[in-house]
Design a binder for this molecule. Sequence first.
Ligand code: SF4
Ligand code: SF4
Length: 100
Amino acid sequence: MTGKIIINAERCKGCGLCVAVCPASLIIISEQSNKNGYFPAESVTKEVKSEGNSECTGCAMCAIVCPEAVIEVLREDSGKIDITIEPVKTSKPNLIEEKK
Ligand code: SF4
Ligand code: SF4
């Protein structure tokens, strides 16, 4: 099975988690920052990457681990896959319990 990912670079925070988990080493951190000042992740093809020749399997590990939920995974045999794992986001920090 071959896959492909699409990263929304403008919403990426450049944390590098996706880079760390990709078993095929197909994700790198860009040298150019996005409009928010973060250096976003970007995918590379197996032809571009420096070592090995593994290609994207569509395993979705990168999308699952992404705290910003900005990676979409497509698989060649089953079309677009919607990633349903969303980070839990609250409208305000919940570090201090509010007094009643
Ligand atoms: S879907 Fe899997 S193989 Fe493809 S880029 Fe993401 S982690 Fe790597
Ligand atoms: S895990 Fe998500 S936020 Fe972090 S670098 Fe990858 S795409 Fe960007």
